[in-house]
Design a protein around this ligand. Sequence first.
Ligand SMILES: *[C@@H]1O[C@H](CO)[C@@H](O)[C@H](O)[C@H]1NC(C)=O
Ligand SMILES: *[C@@H]1O[C@H](CO)[C@@H](O)[C@H](O)[C@H]1NC(C)=O
Length: 431
Amino acid sequence: MHPLLPSVNFCWTLIFCFLKISASTDTLSSNQSMSGLQTLVSSGKVFELGFFSPSDSSKQYLGIWYKNILPQTVVWVANRENPITDSSGTLSLTKDGNLELVNSSGNLLWSSNSPSSAKNPIAQILDSGNLVLRDQDIYLWQSFDYPTDTLLPGMKQGWDLKRNLSRNLTCWKSSYDPSAGNYSYSVDLLGLPQVVLRMGSKKLYRSGLWYDNRFTGSPVLVANSVFIPKFVSTSEEVYYTFEAGGPHILSRLLIGPTGLVQHYMWVAIQSQWVVLFTIQEDHCDTYNICGPFGTCDITDSPNCKCMKGFSPKSAQDWEVYITFGGCVRNSPLDCGKREDFVKYVGMKLPETSNIWFNTTMGTQDCREQCLKNCSCTGYSELDNGGNGKGCVMWLGDLVDTRVATGYGHDLYERLSASELGMSPVFCFKAS
Ligand SMILES: *[C@@H]1O[C@H](CO)[C@@H](O)[C@H](O)[C@H]1NC(C)=O
Ligand SMILES: *[C@@H]1O[C@H](CO)[C@@H](O)[C@H](O)[C@H]1NC(C)=O
C-alpha cells in the first residue's frame, strides 16, 4: 500500500478535509489550511502571516510580522492567551467562513468567530498588515478590529459605537510572552473623549481632549513627516488613528510590557526601530500627580502647586513630595454672589470625564452659565474653528491639570471674591 493512502483515506472520512496551501500567496481559500513554516505574504511583500515563537519561548503563536524586517517584529497575535504547546498548529478557513487554529491534537485554540454563513469566503493578508476575511465584497472579519499591542497606519484605536466594539491596545506580558499584560491603552468616551493609559483599572496617563488637530495634553503628538495623527469623533465612531507620512515610511505605535507607549519608525539604513516619541514625556504626565486642584509645572521646583485659593490637603505630605492628596479650598465658594475667575494661560485642561459642554455657546454665556451653577468649578473656551464659540464647564474637582506652555489652553478657575483679592501665586486675574 502506498504510504500516503491511509492519511488520504482518513482525510476523506472527515467532513472538512483541508488542502494545504502551496507556493507563496496572500490568500487562504475555504477548505485550505496552513501549518509549520507555511505563511501568507501580502501582495507587496510588506507583511507576513504565519507561526512564530518569541525568543526564549518554546510556545508557538499565529501572528503577523513585517516580511522584510529583522529581527522579526510581530504586530499582531491571534492566540495570545492560547499558545501552541505541542508540535504544531494548523490554521484553516472553514467553508462557512471561520478562521480556526487547532493544535496537533485537533483542539481549537483560536477562532475568528465570524458570522458563518459565507458562500465563498477567503482570508487575505493585506499590505496594510490587516488580515481580512471576506465573502466576495462582504467583509466578515478583520484583525484590525482586534489589536494586540501595536497600532499600524490606518488602524483605529477606539470605538465602533454601532457594534459596541472597543479596539484597545494591550501590552505583552513580557518580550517572550504575548499574553495580555497589565497595561492597556484605550479611548474613554465619558465627557469628552480622550485616550487613556491604564494599569489594570488605574489611570496612568490621559491624552486630554482632541482639539485643533492635537491632543491638548501632548506637545509631541502632532503631524510630522513620518505620520499624521487623527482623532475622529462622530455618532458612529470615536477613534484615534494615524496615516503614514509617505509611501515607504514604516511606523507603528506600541504599548510595551512596562506600560511605555511609544511611536517607532523604521530606519532602513540602520536596520533598526527608532523611538520618535514616548507619550509619557515627564513626571507631570503621571495622571493626577498633584491631586485635585493641584497643577504640575515641570519647569518649577517643586513641580506641584495648589491652584489659587487652595492649600495642600496635607502639608506634611506635600513637604516630602507626596502630592496625590491634592489641595483643599481655603474658603467656600459664595455660590453666585461675589465671585470671579482666575485665568491660567496655556494649560493641559483638567480631566474631562466630569464636565458639561456646548460647542455652540459663546464664551460670555459660558462664564455666566458657570456662575449660575454651584457645582461649576471652572470653565474653558472650546473655540472650535475660531468662531468665538464653545464652552467646557467642570462640575467637580479639577484633576490632572498641568502647565503646557506653547500648546495648552486657557482655563478659568472659579473663586470667591475674597480669595481673588489676595496676591496671585503664579497666575493672572482675568481682565
Ligand atoms: C448650547 O448653547 C446655545 C447657545 O447659547 C443654546 O442655544 C443651546 O440650547 C445650548 N445647547 C444645550 C444642549 O444646552
Ligand atoms: C449644574 O449643571 C449640570 C449640567 O448641566 C446639571 O446636571 C446640574 O443639575 C446643575 N446643578 C445645579 C445646582 O444647577
